[in-house]
Design a protein around this ligand. Sequence first.
Ligand code: F6R
Length: 607
Amino acid sequence: MCGIVGYCGEKDAAGILVEGLKRLEYRGYDSSGISVGYNDKLSIIKKKGKISNLQAAVPSDMPGTFGIGHTRWATHGEVNDLNAHPHSDNSGKITIVHNGIIENYISIRKKLKDEGVKFITETDSEVIAQLVSKFYEGDLEKAVKEALKHLKGTYGIVAIHADEPNRLIGARNGSPLVLGIGEGEMFLASDVTAMISYTKQVVYMEDGDVVVVDKDGFRTTDIRDNERDKEISTVGWDVGEMEKEGYPTFMEKEIFEQPQAVLRGMKGRLDPDQGTAKLGGLNMTNRELRMVNRVIILAAGTSSYSAMTCAYLLEKIARIPASAELSSEIRYKNPIVDPGTLYFVVSQSGETADSLYAMRELQRKGATVLGICNVVGSTIPRESDGGVYIHSGPEIAVASTKAFTSQLTAMYLFSLIMARMRDMSISKGKAFVDALSMVPENINKVLEQNEYIKTIADKYADCHSFFFLGRGLTYPIALEGALKLKEISYIHAEGYTAGELKHGPIALINEVTPSVFLVPDDSLREKIISNMKEVKARKGPIIAVAVEGDTDVADIADEVIYVPKAHELMYPFSMVVALQVFAYHTAVALDRNVDQPRNLAKSVTVE
Ligand code: F6R
């Protein structure tokens, strides 16, 4: 969603801001803009559409060593140049960029209008610039703090003033803001990707922080001027990881990174001798873990399907009642928090508003909530009671792929720990560890079939609707396969448990509606084969993802993608990768913008 970047230093700000915005493109946006200060004036350039439109409008020699930039994902007001950020006050001396939503903007706007202020945009954010202006008496920091006292809602803000050169004022409440410390230059951004090519030294702002940034230093307080101490962290990855490295798209690169990402997620965490695992960040003793009598895993979108897979796994191997819940639902259910229940929130970005607010609601009611996140320093891991980083590296493509298999990895390790404390023998634990260690190689074997899967995708790319069907552990994988296909190819796709087909959806099966069946060689295989026959009897085309050597499946299906034989609990990994590759090539065949599908944002920071 919206992205922020701010710069003050000695270099030309415009180029740095535009470059920072380009690095934030992956978050999803519909317009962008910058404001740069020079000679007691602020210049603003804003453009609807791609950042290339903005870039074309920014003169290459634009002077000014401080400024702010923004990528907007419209919430209030249509997508046009005017509604894009930065927003200015009536004097043109103050500009601001804002992520989040100002809930009381209508009443503020009305009041300011009555006082003679002229509003030129339809946005909620403009009230911030006008309010800061109202309180400005020669000190931007003071004016911002005063304005913040009147705002209700969420914000990550950066403000500048034409008469206070090389100074940025940032504030955070609910929307991320990170400070970057360079040599004689400083950055403020909504995520570190915007400044990673300049510095790895960062400070993560927390809710309630107001930061005053000059090129040589910064000071953090709350809005009532109480000092707040901050820790400087070092970002653990390189700018190279933000490049496509020869791949045509980030999504393809990230699909192919999965063997390494999964390996990294397991590194140092498996205990082959005891047939178990170790997860350092849980902040729970073995005794406390043993007392857990239920696990509930919250998440949204793709992360909710990894959550669901692991809920199945936990019940199966650890014999603990477990379920996955959508974050957007649980928050408003007035959840009953039982002391024996352990909650997880799974989120690649660590910033998803639905998941974050659900977590806070549960914590308010006394729940212990652990995070399973990728982005280090993001809000969910900082506010959770403990958790695990999945270490899959930056995920840039909007459609999540490597984060999914890395989330599975982390939760498989947790499930193993819980299982070994309860029902599972050491020999079964060792077999599970061995099986998990084989996952990267098994994923590789699926990736080796890239070209073959492409031929299948090309053949079916003209279809208007697909079913994805699995059972047990592969049911959530079917849901994820359908989501992947619809979000990047825009083809309608529905995921079902294969057992449900006959209860309604089968009415839609015909010669032009393919069904993608997941057929692991587990206890449900025969049942799934029966479901495939039901589809075949109605002339529905079948694409099966089955286990090497399963010739029965080949006799029924029109196409088969084989995954290597594995421990029956490990098929979610290899099968989901086959579905990702299939969705990817379908989208490419249809000439879609694979990395930035329409209407979608990487990090959904509004409800
Ligand atoms: C789909 C996708 C989204 C996210 C969802 C949650 O490919 O990426 O469905 O999974 O918005 O995001 P996180 O995991 O960041 O909380």
